[in-house]
Design a binder for this molecule. Sequence first.
Ligand code: TMP
Length: 210
Amino acid sequence: MARGWFITFEGGEGTGKSTQIELLRQYLVERGWTVLVSREPGGTPLAEKIRELLLDPHYDPDPLTELFLLEASRREHVERVIRPAIERGEVVICDRFADSSTVYQGLAGGVPAKTVALLNEAATSGLVPDRTLVLDLHVEEGLERAHRRNRDRGGASRIDDSPPAFHRRVRDGFLELARREPERVRVVDALGSPDEVFARVLAELPEALR
Ligand code: TMP
């Protein structure tokens, strides 16, 4: 059976990843693909538990502790969910993946790049997305949207609440990744209506999926 596809969405807080992922899921299902949507941290029952710990405002782990937890959840997710689905020929769309650790814990959080790369490699056994779409938005606009969403849901997320300077390093970090790996990592302007942004997402997808 032909190998499937692995597409990830990345970007700062409030950039509209969930909306775009749902639009892409519908688009691909209509064209006959079997699609699996997942997210990180999370994606298996154990990994979702780790997610709860990571986002719980009662704890304040340092970036390296955070990274170990993220990589444990990533290992579970890759081995039990992502790799089997790709091998079944499906399209896996994941809301965040290893690039988030490179950027949040590494470039913005100060964990040495070598350490993040080593742990990402160990957790994924070298699985790299076929395409990564970075939804890019001005930091203030993204944080405003994320805070509104958290208020509506009645909860805050610990990492969303980091200072704006942190989120500016996150944005710059993703743009830097796109410069380093232009074939895989594509920046999509996230300002505009969901349909406008989705047209830009489609334009950056591998041709076989368009
Ligand atoms: P989400 O709000 O996009 O679901 O992501 C949850 C939070 O986890 C978000 O603030 C980014 C953070 N995160 C990291 O810091 N490192 C990672 O490797 C991942 C996957 C997420």
